[in-house]
Structure formats: structure tokens, C-alpha cells
Design a protein around this ligand. Structure first.
Ligand code: ADP
Ligand code: MG
Length: 270
């Protein structure tokens, strides 16, 4: 099978903790990359479908879902939908994407479902620059699928107490995938989310993260910003809902930092 998406950077946004900012990061980083002219596909890999809802893909618009795409029951044409954001597309999710449903697929290549589905994207029509995968809050077969399919992982870290707890388990899973199914999997970076500059705890978590993880931590931090939490109920990214908000600006900066990391030429000029 020809690797049809070798031009696309495939990034899993993962952390087994819920509520740390995975979906917010996937939506707004995706929107920011699209704004910078990148063609972006967002894959909703959480049965809760929050990324789908947050981008205005309501339940009635989810006749074809990530599950159908993984199971080989839908072509990319059927599965990929445009969003209101130019250059940002999505494959939406519903509860049929529970890990139990995936376990039912009798297939020894169960961990490779997303990998294989993505490698079959016809690049001439789907020339994505970035594919962002919004993972569920678990280290289950779905998250493993994301890590097997991805070039790298972005780890959102909530700037709260116990933030670094559980990180070793996540790193262990990444190492296991690297030793078996995906030897070149990298960590694109850890991004501090819901950061509050006036809060000692946020500063402490940041200091701990930078001390323990060094250059893995993105320079950009995402502030706690009410616009980021309001935007999904208006079915749009914060970048559309309030373009100049602190949250929108932070995700733009994160997108530029990510692109610079991916492209050493850009790094020289920025
Ligand atoms: P996850 O996908 O990891 O479960 P979410 O992205 O859904 O996490 O975020 C959890 C909650 O926190 C949501 O209500 C979201 O709107 C809110 N949230 C996320 N990031 C921020 C932020 N930087 N500032 C304020 N609220 C945020
Ligand atoms: Mg989520």
C-alpha cells in the first residue's frame, strides 16, 4: 500500500485524563493552522464527539463517522466533512466509536485501523498538511490507534495540582507503541493549558514541567480564558467566536511554534 499521506503531519492529541484541554486544543490548534494557510483534517476519536459538536457537526450530521472510516465501511469522500472554517475538515464521532465496538472488529490488525485508513487517503484530492486526532480520555485501543497512526503526540497538561501525575503512564504507552508498532513516534510537545499567571499553582506546575521535561514543553502556554470554554456552545472555534481573545492568540502562537518545529527553515526566520 502506497503511503499516500506522507506529506501530512499526523498528530495525536492525547492525555488519559479528562478535562485537560485535549478537545479545546485540537479544535483551536486546527483552526489556527488552517488560518495560517494549512489544510487540516481533524479526526474525532472520542465517542463523546465533543470536537464534532464544537465544530457545528450536530448528531443529525453524523450519518458517517470515524467508526465507519476505521472499520473500512466508508470511503474518505463519505467520511470527511467540511466545517465552517476554511481549510478545516473533520471526521465526526458518535458513541458507536466505543472501544468495545472496536474490540468487536475481529482483526489482528486492530491497532492499525486508523493507520491503514489514513494511508489510503488519495493525496491528489485530500492534500492535508496536518491531521489532528482528538483522543478519548483513556489509554485504550482508540488512543493506541491514534499513536500507531501518528508521527507525533501533543500532550495537553492542565496547569493544576497532580498535572504531572499520570504522565509517566502516558509516556510508557508512547514507549510501548514506539517499541512495537510505530518506531518513529515522537512527542511533538507538552502544552500547558488553563494557565493562570496570577496563580502560584500554575507557576509551580510550569516550573515542574519545564524542569522534568525540558525542551519537550512548548514555550507557548494556553491561558485560562472564558472565550475558549464558551466557543463550543456556539459551535465554532474560539478563533472564530472571538478572534482577538487571549485564548485565540495563544493557539495561533502554538500553531506557529509547532510549524517552526516541523520546519527548520521557518525556525531560522522566526
Ligand atoms: P478534554 O478534551 O481533555 O476532556 P476539554 O478540551 O474538553 O478537555 O476541556 C475541558 C473543559 O475545560 C471544557 O469545558 C473546556 O471548554 C474547558 N477549557 C479547556 N481549555 C480551557 C482554557 N484554556 N480556558 C478555559 N477553559 C478551558
Ligand atoms: Mg475531549
Amino acid at each position: 500500500m502506497a503511503p499516500m499521506t506522507n506529506a501530512a503531519r499526523i498528530i495525536a492529541v492525547a492525555n488519559q485524563k479528562g478535562g485537560v484541554g485535549k478537545t479545546t486544543t485540537t479544535i483551536n490548534l486546527g483552526a489556527a493552522l488552517a488560518e495560517l494557510g494549512q489544510s487540516v483534517l481533524l479526526i474525532d476519536l472520542d465517542p463523546q464527539g465533543n470536537a464534532s459538536t464544537g465544530l457545528g457537526i450536530g448528531p443529525q450530521m453524523r450519518a458517517v463517522t470515524t467508526y465507519d472510516f476505521l472499520a473500512g465501511d466508508a470511503t474518505p469522500d463519505e467520511a470527511i466533512q467540511p466545517t465552517t472554517v476554511p481549510r478545516l475538515s473533520i471526521i465526526p464521532a458518535t458513541t458507536d466509536l466505543s472501544s468495545a465496538d472496536i474490540e468487536l472488529i475481529s482483526n489482528e490488525k486492530r491497532s492499525f485501523l486508523l493507520h491503514d485508513a489514513l494511508r489510503q487517503l488519495p493525496m491528489d484530492r485530500f492534500g492535508f498538511d496536518y491531521i489532528l486526532i482528538d483522543c478519548p480520555p483513556s489509554l485504550n485501543i482508540l488512543t493506541v490507534n491514534a499513536m500507531v497512526a501518528a508521527h507525533s503526540v501533543i500532550v495537553p497538561l492542565q496547569s493544576e495540582f497532580f498535572a504531572l501525575e499520570g504522565l509517566s503512564q502516558l509516556m510508557l504507552t508512547i514507549r510501548e507503541v514506539r517499541q512495537t508498532a510505530n518506531t518513529s513516534l515522537r512527542i511533538a510537545g507538552v502544552v500547558l493549558t488553563m494557565y493562570d499567571r496570577r496563580n502560584n499553582l500554575s507557576q509551580q506546575v510550569e516550573a515542574d514541567a519545564r524542569e522534568n521535561l525540558g525542551a519537550l514543553v512548548f514555550t507557548t502556554v494556553i491561558p485560562r480564558n472564558v472565550r475558549l470554554s464558551e466557543a463550543p456552545s456556539f459551535a465554532m472555534p474560539a478563533l472564530t467566536y472571538d478572534s482577538q481573545s487571549a485564548g485565540s492568540q495563544a493557539y495561533r502562537q502554538l500553531a506557529r511554534e509547532l510549524m517552526a518545529k516541523d520546519n527548520p527553515q521557518l525556525q531560522k526566520v522566526s
